[in-house]
Design a protein around this ligand. Structure first.
Ligand code: AMP
Length: 282
């Protein structure tokens, strides 16, 4: 396994691999890896000859009051987890490599950023689209695997690929959960035991909304109200949003026809947690 820290070296290796006819599979991450990330790596391993994983805590996707400085980092641990998954290359640049002096170019995917997390995390998806564009230009992958846990991010990237004619395939991967249903996230490490317990309400709300949908309820306001009741039960969570939305445009839906996205963002203490599921007729 190689660890590459410079853009130039990574691009050179990507060129050589492409010339040799190798398919490059890529998993972009911010590190502090968990089973969710590793499932993406396994998927990339399955479909490509060379697997590249990037570890970069991208400053441009964090707002001024967000957790950039305290975002968890443990490169040695990440390195051994990735080695065990037969990763070929870790791309591990620092912020100077990615955003040198006089850096000025940003990628904006309009429309999709107006909903869900984009409402409160102003500029977040510009940071995401920008860093992912840069990573694609550096790693030159044929496939890039993204988790559905960050559903809006996945949609933003898919839109960007189409709009900018980027020549690669995006592979979505289902959300990996802890045994009790909590979606895995590097930020779960912030939770104290009481917050960890309350965080389970998010999965409870997914189960509730799914059950009601299966029982024929299609009115989004009823589904959202029931979700709210679950999220506020026991000591409850601070709700940022509860949405029933179109799976492509992310616009709010009032009455669900065949399918919809149920997505929530909540806080347990200071920790922001997101989760979602697709409601769909069998
Ligand atoms: P992050 O390191 O949080 O930026 O995530 C890197 C990639 O891993 C993104 O494509 C995420 O959607 C994906 N990911 C994070 N958590 C999970 C999870 N629990 N299940 C599946 N994919 C995930």
């Amino acid at each position: 396994m190689k660890i590459i820290e410079t853009v130039k070296e990574m691009q050179g290796i990507a060129d050589d691999l492409r010339r040799a006819g190798k398919k490059i599979g890529f998993v972009p991450t911010m590190g502090y890896l968990h089973e969710g990330h590793l499932a993406l790596v396994r998927k990339a391993r399955e479909i490509s000859d060379t697997v590249v994983v990037s570890i970069f805590v991208n400053p441009t996707q964090f707002g001024p009051t967000e957790d950039l400085d305290r975002y968890p980092r443990d490169f040695e641990r990440d390195r051994s987890l990735l080695e065990a998954e037969k990763t070929d290359i870790i791309f591990f640049p620092d912020a100077r490599q990615m955003y040198p002096e006089r850096y000025a170019t940003y990628v904006q995917v309009r429309g999709l950023e107006d909903f869900l997390c984009g409402r409160t995390r102003k500029g977040h998806f510009i940071g995401v689209a920008t860093v992912v564009t840069k990573l694609f230009n550096i790693v030159k992958p044929h496939y890039a695997v993204f988790g559905q846990k960050d559903f809006q991010q996945l949609k933003v990237i898919e839109r960007m690929i189409k709009d900018l004619n980027m020549d690669l395939e995006i592979i979505p991967y289902p959300t990996v959960r802890e045994k009790d249903g909590l979606a895995m996230s590097s930020r779960n490490t912030y939770l104290n035991p009481q917050e960890r317990e309350r965080a389970l309400l998010i999965h409870e709300s997914i189960k509730k909304v799914t059950e009601l949908f299966k029982n024929g309820i299609r009115d989004a306001s009823i589904l959202k109200e029931k979700a709210r009741e679950v999220l506020l039960s026991k000591d409850g969570l601070d709700i940022e949003y509860i949405t029933i939305a179109d799976t492509e445009t992310l616009e709010d839906i009032e009455i669900i026809k065949d399918k919809a996205l149920y997505a929530v963002a909540c806080r347990a203490g200071k920790t922001r947690l997101i989760d979602n599921t697709i409601l769909m007729e069998d």
